[in-house]
Write a protein that binds this ligand. Structure first.
Ligand code: NAP
Ligand code: GLV
Length: 309
């Protein structure tokens, strides 16, 4: 049985070694692959070139290296009928919760304002606000959004989440659908986006959304760059409607050097690193799924491609 690996950043042999340790009988090949395409049973990929996966006639499953599968959904030649599995693994989840916690606390404790003050050599205390007086609102109550909210719970924030379907989660005020969005936004002081990028969520971080948040709210965008209407964010920050933003994902990555975000004093940015799949823990999830499929059992975390996540 053979698996083709095409990953994102260079991790040396980490994936090959982790998979060899977890499943010694599995042969792994690293992309680019010039062997017989018919010999490949599984693909573990991040941003494969369009049409690449169609070259392998015997693929049984496509594993996304990341939680998001928009890099596969955008391929017009994605082989039909081959299940796409999104990444759900403890390393990726833990990393995202760390990042979201860091970003929420930095807005809560005015680190963005103090960075501006520092630039101006201004020594000025801003009165602290109790965590219990602030609501953290999560767009997306999936694997990552829910874990991040649960990790924030001990700080005492009011927690809220918005999803497509109704949910009931202890300690989290849950809203869903178009009809739940207005009330969710109206109470949210720190808005986090952990939605998948789909036609329904594209551009959700826009003026209309910002205008429904309390004045001075903060936005943390960690889902995908396509969620954010960039000019609306700049206008909302410049007018004071929003107090600050933490951005990890962008419409164009790498962000062009001429982009106004680089120099904006109220934007904190990172280069799409909020969370990364860790080969050592992720390979366990991939291998467990291969064993399931080979045993005739259903795969876990299969994407509904019609729904887009
Ligand atoms: P997930 O488990 O599939 O959860 C997605 C959540 O979004 C679900 O709660 C879903 O609602 C909700 N949702 C989807 N479409 C919606 C809509 N139209 N209206 C309202 N809610 C909607 O996904 P995940 O594993 O948490 O990952 C979320 C995203 O994070 C990924 O798709 C990826 O883009 C991003 N990500 C970014 C990084 C980074 O480093 N920046 C790292 C990992 C992941 P239901 O529960 O009702 O289905
Ligand atoms: C990273 O962006 C992921 O989708 O895992």
């Amino acid at each position: 049985m053979a698996l083709l690996i095409k990953t994102d950043i260079d991790r040396g042999n980490a994936w090959t070694e982790a998979l060899a340790a977890a499943y010694p009988e599995l042969t792994t090949h690293t992309w680019p692959y010039d062997g017989d395409p018919a010999a490949i049973d599984y693909a573990l990929v991040w941003q494969p070139p369009e049409g690449e996966l169609k070259r392998y006639p015997n693929l049984k499953a496509i594993f996304s290296v990341g939680a998001g599968i928009d890099h596969l959904a955008s391929d017009p030649d994605l082989p039909e009928g081959v299940p796409v599995v999104r990444m759900v693994e403890p390393g990726l989840t833990a990393g995202m919760s760390e990042y979201v916690t860091l970003a929420v606390l930095s807005h809560h404790r005015f680190l963005h304002d103090y960075a501006v003050q520092r630039r101006d050599k201004l020594w000025k205390e801003i009165p602290q606000i109790a965590a219990a007086a602030r609501q953290v609102g999560m767009l997306g109550l999936g694997v990552l959004g829910r874990d991040a909210l649960e990790k924030l719970a001990p700080f005492g924030f009011k927690l809220a989440g918005w999803s497509r379907t109704p949910k009931s989660i202890t300690g989290i005020s849950c809203y869903h659908g178009e009809e739940g969005l207005r009330e969710f936004l109206a109470g949210t002081d720190i808005l986090v986006c952990l939605l998948p990028l789909t036609p329904a969520t594209e551009g959700i971080l826009c003026r209309e959304t910002f205008d429904q948040l309390p004045r001075g709210a903060a936005v943390i965008s960690v889902g995908r760059g396509g969620h954010l209407v960039e000019e609306d964010l700049l206008a909302a920050l410049d007018s004071g409607r929003l107090s600050g933003a933490t951005l990890d994902v962008f419409r164009e990555e790498p962000l062009p050097k001429s982009h106004p975000f680089w120099d904006h004093p109220r934007i904190f940015m990172t280069p799409h690193v909020a969370s990364m799949t860790i080969p050592e823990s992720a390979c366990q999830a991939v291998v467990a799924n291969i064993h399931r499929l080979e045993a005739g059992e259903p795969l876990r975390h299969v994407v509904d491609m019609a729904r887009g996540y």
